[in-house]
Design a protein around this ligand. Structure first.
Ligand code: ADP
Length: 460
């Protein structure tokens, strides 16, 4: 039973909830990296550099981070399954929770690895940047204030002796006791506090500017789309009208050319035939333009399940007469594992026959054409190769453009519209597929097309 899915081409900004959810997952990834780095540092410091490290408290703090990550993964996956990751305030709470929890453990790790003497506090910068890019300015400032308060508190408590200070120096070296030096403490904290607040301000400003530009781009894009639609509707109406007139002219000319209205002299017959052929070419062009424009405007696809083997056979037989007249055999092979696919059979056959017609058109007599349809897990890959005139390398990037014809094609075959491949590309993109080409002038061309076996699962 055929059914229809609608596709949208529009360029969309990532919604706020998606950005926040990505941020939450991103934090988890970064935390895994940090956990590995901390564990490695403990092992190396202890075993390679002979630095006295507080192994148990450090492993306990790392364990705190591991528990946090496991808890967050379970929580986010649970809400994701229930489709609840759209709730912005919930996501903001998750991110705030991660920041507060992380910063607490970072300060704990810092305390056990030398306190203010250890430049490890620079790691706070990552949290500052990420929070300023995801949360509001006020929220980011609060988080920075929380981090700096913890840092200052730890430093003061160590300075006053309320908290024990742990050295990070080599076991036999003299303790420089920088944590007791008020100048060092003042200098370090002042610079770090100023840097942190400036960082929030700068990151927030840059991200806001980027978002503004993104919004402007989205607006321009939707205006362009509207204009494109108006243009397509105009072309559709125009080509539709022209098609009607052309059909009338063609029918009348056929009466002369078929001598139904009486015989003509040789010169008259010659001119009528030339005109008739021109009209057929013109109506061929108008039909293609009409199809292409119609597809662009009507971005819907009707899909059904059909046999791929039968569809390829049918496409080949629709062009076989033309190929035989040029003594070009068409060989085709469909992987045995491929059977039924869910797609639009008409478009699928149209796509194959359009590419085959090109291969026949641009292959000299007695060449050959091969079609391979390969099974690629969830996708199919179609390869259509010919031994034709090929495409000059510098013109390859342009052949999918509307009305573009390569220089050698124009010399060899006068009759062409430059619309066939644009239409093929439009069909392929409608099915979330890809098309690309490989070609060598005077040797041959291979077109590759890949798309999902079942387009009904496409996210629209
Ligand atoms: P046309 O009506 O000119 O064939 P198409 O849009 O179908 O228009 O193809 C665009 C251009 O791509 C052609 O003019 C030709 O230069 C090149 N082309 C397409 N298929 C082949 C092929 N099989 N071999 C060589 N050139 C090809």
């Amino acid at each position: 039973m055929p059914f229809t899915i609608a596709k949208s081409n529009s360029f969309e900004l990532l919604p706020r909830n998606v950005r926040l959810a990505k941020g939450a997952y991103w934090f988890i990834k970064i935390r895994w990296i940090a956990i590995v780095i901390v564990i490695w540092s403990i092992i190396i410091a202890n075993n390679v550099f002979d630095i006295s490290v507080q192994v148990i408290p450090l492993y306990t703090s790392t364990l705190g981070l591991i528990i946090e990550n496991i808890f967050l993964i379970l929580l986010l996956n649970y809400y994701d399954k229930k489709n609840n990751l759209t709730n912005i305030s919930f996501l903001k709470r998750i991110i705030n929770f991660q920041m507060l929890y992380d910063l607490f453990f970072l300060v704990a790790i810092l305390h056990f690895t030398g306190g203010i003497e250890n430049p490890f506090y620079l790691f706070f910068i990552f949290h500052i940047i990420i929070s300023s890019s995801l949360l509001s300015k006020k929220n980011s400032n609060l988080i920075v204030t929380y981090a700096l308060t913890l840092l200052c508190l730890m430093t003061i408590l160590e300075y006053t002796g309320f908290l024990q200070h742990y050295n990070l120096w080599l076991k036999n070296s003299v303790n420089s006791a920088l944590y007791m030096d008020p100048y060092f403490i003042f200098e370090t904290l002042t610079i770090f506090i100023i840097t942190s607040y400036l960082l929030v301000y700068m990151t927030y400003s840059i991200v806001s500017l980027l978002r503004q530009q993104e919004r402007a781009l989205q607006h321009a894009n939707s205006r362009l789309q509207e204009k494109d639609e108006i243009k397509n509707e105009y072309v559709l109406r125009l080509t539709h009208d022209i098609k009607g007139h052309l059909t009338a002219i063609q029918t009348n000319l056929a009466l002369f050319s078929g001598k139904i209205l009486g015989s003509l002299n040789e010169k008259q017959t010659e001119f009528i035939d030339i005109t008739y052929n021109r009209v057929i070419r013109l109506s061929n062009f108008v039909n293609k333009l009409l199809n292409l424009t119609y597809m662009r405007l009507n971005n819907k696809i009707e899909i059904e399940t059909f046999s791929i083997q039968e569809a390829v056979k049918s496409a080949v037989s629709s062009v076989n007469n033309i190929a035989e007249s040029k003594k070009i055999p068409i060989y085709f092979h469909v992987d045995a594992t491929l059977d039924q696919i869910t797609n639009n059979q008409f478009s699928f056959e149209e796509l194959i026959s359009s590419m085959l017609l090109n291969s026949i058109k641009y292959t000299l007599d007695s060449g050959k054409i091969d079609i391979l349809v390969k099974d690629r897990e969830d996708n199919i890959l179609i390869e259509i190769s010919d031994t034709g005139i090929g495409i000059p390398e510098n013109e390859l990037p342009r052949i999918f453009e509307e009305f573009y014809r390569a220089s050698n094609a124009k010399k060899t075959v006068k009759d062409g519209t430059g619309l066939g491949l644009a239409m093929v590309k439009q069909i392929v993109e409608l099915y979330n597929g890809k098309i690309w080409v490989d070609s060598k002038e005077n040797i041959g061309t291979t077109f590759y097309v890949t798309f999902p076996k079942d387009v009904s699962v496409l996210k629209t």
